[in-house]
Design a protein around this ligand. Structure first.
Ligand code: NAD
Length: 403
C-alpha cells in the first residue's frame, strides 16, 4: 500500500523530534507543586497566563499567594479569550517584555495553553509572530514553560502544537514544533471540579476525538495505540461520572489523565476529519472547539466505518473486556452506537444552530485542504461527503447517508 507523504512526515517527526511526555503532577494541590518546581528551577519573575473568569473567581489565589511568599515578582496576563488570536499573543509578549519575565506559567484550557506557548516562543525570537507559524519554525529556546490544564480536553499540555486564530482570514493557524512541549504539567482536581457541565461534556468529547483519530490514523505506532486505547477506556468510563457528579475528584482526575494520554497519542499520530471540519466551524462561528468536535465525531465515525471496521471492533472488544473474542463486523457498529450514547448522556446537541449554508463551500474547501496537508486519514473524503456532514449538522441526525 502506498502511504500518503503526510503519514511518512508524521512518522519521521514522531521518531526523530518529538520529546517525551512532560513531568506531571495530579490531584488536589497539583498547581502549587508545579509552581514549587518552577521556583526551585530558578524562576523569579513568571508570567502567569490565564483568563479573567478564572482570575476573578479566585482560582489563582493560592498560586499568587505562594509565589509572593516565595519572593517572586509575578506578572499576571488575564487577556486570554476562547480561540485566542494573534493580537492576544502580541499583548502577552508585551507583558513578558515589560515584566522582564523569566518563565511562562499557563493556567487554563487549550486557549490559555496555546497562547502561552506562542508567547514563550515569540518573546525569545527575533522573528515576527507570523514567521513563527507553521512547522519547525521556532528558532530559539522558549522561556521555561509550565502548564496547569483546567479543562481536560485539548491535551495541549502534552502536544507540540499551538492553534491561534487569524481574525482576518477566518483561519486557525498552526504552530508546530517539538520546543512547544512544556517542561511540566499539572491537573489540579481543586480547579477541575468547577468546570461547568457543558464544558465538561465538550472538552471530554474533544479528548475522546483525539484518541479515536490517533487510533485510526495511518501514522499510528504501537505506543500511540496504547495511549489512545487507555484514553478511550478512561474517558468512556469516567466522563459520564464527572458530568453527573461535578465534584467527583477521582472521575475528574481520570478524565484529565485520559485527555493527557490522548494528547500524547495525537501529537505523534495526528488527527483526522473531525478536526479538519471543526476548525473551520470554530473560526466561522466561534463555536467552542470541544462542542464542534463532539457534534462532528459520530458523523465522521460513520464515514470511516468501512475503512476502520477492525479498529472500531477492537475498541469495542476492549471496552467490553473481551479482547480474546474474534472480530465481527457488528462490533464496529456497536462502538459507534456507544459513542452516540455517550454524546447523548453528556448532553451534546445533535445539531448546531449557528451553521449557515452560505458558508458550506468555504468550510468544505478549507477542511479538505487542512486534512490533505496535515493528517494521515484512514479514508479520503470528497467535497460531497463534507457537504453531507455539514447538512446533517445543520438539520439532521447523527446518521449520514454517504451513498
Ligand atoms: P478554553 O481554553 O477556550 O476554555 C473555555 C472556557 O472554559 C473559558 O472561558 C475558561 O474560563 C473556562 N474554564 C477553563 N477551565 C475552567 C475551570 N476549571 N472551571 C471553570 N471554567 C473553566 O477551552 P478548551 O476547549 O480547553 O480549549 C480550546 C482551544 O484549544 C481552541 O483554541 C483549540 O483550537 C485549542 N486546541 C489546541 C490543541 C493543541 O494541541 N495545542 C489541541 C486541541 C485544541
Amino acid at each position: 500500500m502506498i502511504r500518503p507523504p503526510i503519514a511518512l512526515a508524521l512518522r519521521a517527526m514522531n521518531r526523530f523530534f518529538t520529546p517525551e511526555k512532560p513531568l506531571t503532577f495530579s490531584g488536589k494541590g497539583a498547581m502549587i507543586k508545579l509552581a514549587d518546581l518552577m521556583v526551585r528551577s530558578g524562576s523569579k519573575r513568571p508570567l502567569i497566563v490565564t483568563d479573567s473568569f478564572l482570575l476573578k473567581n479566585g482560582m489563582l489565589n493560592g498560586l499568587l499567594d505562594f509565589l509572593k511568599q516565595e519572593g517572586c515578582d509575578a506578572t499576571v496576563f488575564d487577556g486570554i479569550i476562547p480561540n485566542p488570536t494573534f493580537a492576544v499573543v502580541e499583548e502577552g509578549v508585551a507583558a513578558i517584555r515589560k515584566g522582564r519575565c523569566d518563565s511562562v506559567f499557563a493556567v487554563g484550557g487549550g486557549s490559555a495553553i496555546d497562547a502561552a506557548k506562542v508567547m514563550a516562543s515569540a518573546s525569545t525570537s527575533k522573528k515576527p509572530l507570523d514567521k513563527l507559524a507553521g512547522i519547525l519554525k521556532v528558532d530559539q529556546p522558549l522561556l521555561p514553560f509550565y502548564v496547569v490544564a483546567t479543562t481536560s480536553g485539548t491535551g495541549s499540555e502534552v502536544t507540540t502544537a499551538a492553534v491561534i486564530s487569524d481574525t482576518k482570514t477566518h483561519k486557525k493557524t498552526f504552530f508546530v514544533d517539538p520546543k512547544y512541549m512544556p517542561i511540566a504539567a499539572a491537573f489540579d482536581t481543586g480547579l477541575l471540579v468547577s468546570l461547568p457541565g457543558p464544558m465538561t461534556a465538550g472538552t471530554g468529547m474533544d479528548a475522546l476525538t483525539h484518541a479515536i483519530e490517533a487510533f485510526t490514523s495511518r501514522a499510528r505506532t504501537a505506543n500511540t495505540d496504547r495511549d489512545a486505547a487507555t484514553a478511550i477506556r478512561l474517558i468512556v468510563e469516567f466522563l459520564p461520572v464527572a458530568y453527573a457528579n461535578p465534584g467527583d475528584e477521582r472521575a475528574r482526575e481520570m478524565v484529565a489523565l485520559g485527555s493527557f494520554l490522548a494528547g500524547n497519542a495525537f501529537t505523534r499520530a495526528g488527527l483526522g476529519y473531525v478536526h479538519a471540519i471543526s476548525h473551520q466551524i470554530s473560526t466561522h462561528y466561534n463555536t467552542p472547539h470541544g462542542l464542534a468536535n463532539a457534534i462532528l465525531l459520530p458523523r465522521v465515525l460513520r464515514f470511516n466505518k468501512d475503512a476502520c471496521s477492525e479498529r472500531f471492533a477492537e475498541l469495542e472488544r476492549m471496552l467490553l473486556g473481551s479482547t480474546d473474542q474474534p472480530y465481527a463486523p457488528d462490533q464496529a457498529q456497536r462502538f459507534i452506537d456507544r459513542v452516540d450514547t455517550l454524546a447523548e448522556t453528556v448532553g451534546i446537541p445533535v445539531n448546531l444552530d449557528d451553521i449557515q449554508q452560505k458558508d458550506f463551500a468555504s468550510i468544505t474547501k478549507d477542511a479538505l485542504a487542512e486534512a490533505r496537508s496535515s493528517y494521515a486519514v484512514p479514508k479520503v473524503m470528497r467535497k460531497g461527503d463534507v457537504t453531507k456532514i455539514l447538512e446533517s449538522v445543520s438539520t439532521g441526525s447523527w446518521a449520514v447517508n454517504f451513498a
